[in-house]
Design a binder for this molecule. Structure first.
Ligand SMILES: *[C@@H]1O[C@H](CO)[C@@H](O)[C@H](O)[C@H]1NC(C)=O
Ligand SMILES: *[C@@H]1O[C@H](CO)[C@@H](O)[C@H](O)[C@H]1NC(C)=O
Ligand SMILES: *[C@@H]1O[C@H](CO)[C@@H](O)[C@H](O)[C@H]1NC(C)=O
Ligand SMILES: *[C@@H]1O[C@H](CO)[C@@H](O)[C@H](O)[C@H]1NC(C)=O
Length: 359
C-alpha cells in the first residue's frame, strides 16, 4: 500500500512539473520577445555548430543486391519526425523515378557514388497533367522535391530529361530539383535540365562545388542561398537567362549569392531576372565566359520602378563576359562594404548549421 501511495504521489508531482514546463514552453514560443533579455547569451551559444546525432545508414542499389531498389522506398522507410541523421547511400546507376522527401522527414542525406555515376531522373513538364487532371505547372515538375529541413546531398546528380522547348513553346518548364526546406546543404552535386532546372524555392541553402545546367531561368525561386565554387552552365541556343530570384518585399532576407563561380556555355544569356520586384542577386569573384547578353540583366516586364527596388550587384568579377554584366543601369559594381554580406556563409546563417569543414 505504502509504496503504491508513494509512487502515485510521485506521479502526481511529475504531472505538475510537466504542466509547468509545457506552459513555460508555450509562453516561450508564443512570446519570444518576453524572454529576449535572458536569451541573448544562450542565442550566442546556439549559433555555434552542433553536429546532429549521427547516423543511421540505409542503402539503395538499383541492382537490388542489397537494400532498397528505389530511392523513394528508402525515404519511405525513414520514420516520421526522426531526430537522427539518416544517410541514404545510393549506388552508381540511373534511378528513373520521381522522388519526394516530405516535410515530416528532416535530417536526410542522399550520398551518391559520384556526380557522373549516381543519377536520379524523371521527365515531367509544366503542361503535363497530374493525378487530379490539373496541369502540373513548373514547381511540381521537379524530378526530386524536398520539403524537409536539414536535407543534404553529396556526389549525386538530379535530372529532368524532358527535351528542350522549341522557340515560343509554352508549358515546357521542367525542373530537375526543388528545395523548399530550410538549412539544406549540397556538395558535389549536378543539376541538369533544359528549362527551369533548379527550383531554389524557400529556406536557407548552401551549394558547394555543384554543377547547374539549363537554358531559361534555370536557378529560380525565393530561396536565401549561397552558391560557392559552382559551375553555372548555359545550354541556351537562342536566348537564355540564369537566375530568376523571387524576393517580393524589402523585409525579406532572401536572395542568391554566387561566390567564386564559373559561368560557362552558350548564349546570349541574362545573368539575372527580377522574378520578384525586390529580387536580390549578387555575383562575386565570378568568371563570366563570352555568353552574357547586352545589358546583362532583365526586369521580367515589370512596369515602373522595379529597376530601383531590385538589388543586382557584381563584385570583382572577371572573364570576357564581365563587362556586359556591369552593363546598363540595373546592376551596380559593389564596393567591399555593400558586397560583404554576400561573401560569407553568414548570408545563410551558416555558422550554426554548416560544419566548418563543409563551408
Ligand atoms: C553573457 O556572457 C558574458 C560573457 O560571456 C557575461 O559577461 C554576461 O554577464 C552574460 N550575460 C548574461 C545575461 O548572462
Ligand atoms: C510528427 O509531428 C507532427 C507535428 O508535430 C505530428 O502531427 C505527427 O503526428 C507526428 N508523427 C508521428 C508519427 O509521430
Ligand atoms: C565525392 O566525389 C569526389 C570526386 O569524385 C571525391 O573526391 C570525394 O571523396 C567524394 N565525397 C564524398 C563525400 O563522397
Ligand atoms: C527604370 O525605370 C524608369 C521608369 O520607372 C525608366 O524611365 C527607366 O528607363 C528604367 N531604366 C532602365 C535601365 O530600365
Amino acid at each position: 500500500m505504502a509504496s503504491i501511495c508513494t509512487s502515485s504521489f510521485i506521479y502526481a508531482f511529475m504531472l505538475v512539473i510537466l504542466n509547468l514546463l509545457s506552459n513555460f514552453a508555450l509562453q516561450a514560443t508564443s512570446s519570444p520577445r518576453h524572454l529576449s533579455s535572458v536569451a541573448s547569451n544562450s542565442t550566442k551559444r546556439r549559433h555555434r555548430y552542433v553536429e546532429p546525432s549521427c547516423c543511421r545508414h540505409i542503402s539503395v542499389n538499383i541492382g537490388g543486391a542489397r537494400g532498397f531498389v528505389s530511392v523513394q522506398a528508402a525515404v519511405d522507410s525513414v520514420p516520421e519526425n526522426n531526430t537522427e541523421r539518416v544517410i541514404i547511400h545510393i549506388s552508381a546507376g540511373y534511378y528513373i523515378e520521381k522522388v519526394v522527401v516530405p516535410a515530416s522527414k528532416p535530417y536526410i542525406t542522399f550520398q551518391g557514388d559520384g556526380r557522373d555515376t549516381t543519377v536520379i531522373e524523371w521527365h515531367d513538364r509544366a503542361s503535363d497533367r497530374g493525378p487530379n487532371g490539373q496541369q502540373l505547372r513548373t514547381y511540381r515538375t521537379a524530378s526530386v522535391s524536398v520539403f524537409a529541413d536539414y536535407f543534404s546531398a553529396r556526389n549525386i546528380s538530379f535530372k529532368n530529361t524532358a527535351p528542350a522547348p522549341l522557340p515560343g513553346m509554352e508549358g515546357w518548364q521542367a525542373a530537375a530539383f526543388r528545395i523548399s526546406g530550410d538549412k539544406a546543404y549540397f556538395l558535389g552535386c549536378g543539376f541538369y535540365g533544359a528549362q527551369d532546372t533548379l527550383c531554389d524555392d524557400a529556406g536557407r541553402h548552401y551549394f558547394k562545388h555543384c554543377y547547374i545546367e539549363g537554358s531559361i531561368d534555370f536557378i529560380f525561386g525565393n530561396g536565401r542561398s549561397m552558391y560557392k565554387e559552382c559551375e553555372i552552365h548555359s545550354i541556351a541556343t537562342r536566348f537564355g537567362s540564369i537566375a530568376a530570384q523571387d524576393r517580393n518585399w524589402p523585409e525579406e532576407k532572401t536572395g542568391f549569392a554566387f561566390l567564386n563561380c564559373r559561368v560557362t556555355g552558350t548564349g546570349p544569356v541574362y545573368v539575372g531576372r527580377a522574378l520578384g520586384h525586390y529580387s536580390r542577386i549578387v555575383y562575386s569573384y565570378t568568371y563570366f565566359g563570352d555568353l552574357v547578353a547586352h545589358g546583362g540583366w532583365d526586369d521580367w516586364d515589370h512596369t515602373a520602378g522595379t529597376n530601383k527596388t531590385v538589388f543586382f550587384g557584381v563584385y570583382k568579377c572577371w572573364g570576357p563576359g564581365a563587362e556586359a554584366v556591369k552593363g546598363g543601369s540595373w546592376a551596380r559594381e559593389l564596393d567591399y562594404k555593400s558586397a560583404h554580406p554576400f561573401l560569407a556563409k553568414s548570408f545563410v546563417n551558416g555558422r550554426h548549421w554548416i560544419a566548418p569543414s563543409d563551408a
